[in-house]
Design a protein around this ligand. Structure first.
Ligand code: PDD
Length: 278
């Protein structure tokens, strides 16, 4: 099996990392997860643009030419690994390696790596709906940057799993922001509602794709943040992510408890996504 190190193909067991990589000391790096359907990366360009934006926001040097060469390297990686089924590509770009110092210098070279993995579409959860765990959003105030610093996310995910929930839904006070690794939408009286793409959430690629589908259907999308109570009282609720696509929420635990029916708008958006992928 091959992986990419700085956009070059190498054997996985030959990949090595610097002891001084800043992503290990400080979580000083950015990443992307891209879905692969029947061997083809879905919305690759959008993911690479977001990777570049995340890097730029952290003052990590990431040029258009690095992005272009990563794009073709990913295609090579997929064919080299003979990933012809469903799966994903993980890409990470670290600021680089330097003796530990909070202060970074601008002349260090970023280090990137990528791997592929087969992974089936989680159709059962998509059909039956997910049980989610409401928990306080303790993350920093730049959740729009896709950094490898994910402590608030992974702690919430563990807490959710400990309560037999598939995803944690985060809220700042009464305001619902997003999932620990997904965005969240609710449906009320035929209208969609989701948190605005500001500094408190990651502007998901799947979120944007679903918004496009909704608009195609003439459904309006309201970008006003909603409360926990509004979520529980919604007609439908669903999460979106690269890995889970569109997954309905059927039960809430944690901060509050409740159930939600799986509804027609969620089903319609799910089907539109399935058709887009096929
Ligand atoms: N996570 N919000 C957060 C905090 C996320 O980590 C993710 C994705 C999303 C959804 O974004 P997208 O639709 O672009 O996947 C929203 C990925 C899948 C991960 O960390 O594995």
């Amino acid at each position: 099996e091959k992986v990419l190190m700085n956009n070059s193909l190498i054997n996985r067991d030959e990949a090595s990392f610097s002891f001084d990589d800043r992503s290990m000391y400080f979580g000083d790096g950015v990443y992307e997860v891209i879905r692969v359907y029947s061997g083809y990366p879905y919305k690759l360009e959008m993911h690479l643009q977001r990777l570049q934006r995340s890097a730029e926001e952290l003052d990590i040097t990431y040029s258009n030419s690095q992005k272009q060469s990563l794009k073709s390297a990913i295609q090579e990686l997929l064919s080299e690994n003979e990933l012809v089924e469903d799966g994903f590509v993980y890409i990470q770009v670290s600021r680089g390696a330097a003796v530990r110092d909070h202060l970074y210098e601008r002349n260090i070279e970023p280090i990137s790596f990528a791997f592929t993995k087969e992974m089936a579409i989680p159709e059962q959860t998509q059909d039956e709906g997910a049980v989610v765990y409401l928990s306080e959003d303790i993350r920093w105030l730049r959740c729009d940057i896709k950094t490898v610093n994910l402590l608030g996310n992974i702690m919430a995910k563990r807490q959710a799993a400990d309560h037999d929930c598939e995803e944690a839904i985060l809220h700042r006070g009464e305001t619902v922001t997003e999932g620990s690794s997904s965005n969240i939408f609710i449906v009320k009286d035929g209208h969609l509602q989701t948190h605005p793409a500001d500094n408190l959430i990651l502007n998901g690629i799947t979120r944007r794709v679903v918004i496009d589908f909704a608009e195609e259907q003439g459904l309006s999308v309201n970008y006003t943040p909603f409360t926990i109570d509004e979520a529980l009282e919604a007609d439908e609720a669903f999460i979106t992510s690269t890995i889970n696509e569109v997954t309905p929420i059927r039960e809430w635990r944690g901060t509050r408890h409740g159930t939600t029916n799986i509804g027609p708008i969620t089903k319609q958006l799910q089907n539109m996504m399935r058709e887009d992928i096929a």
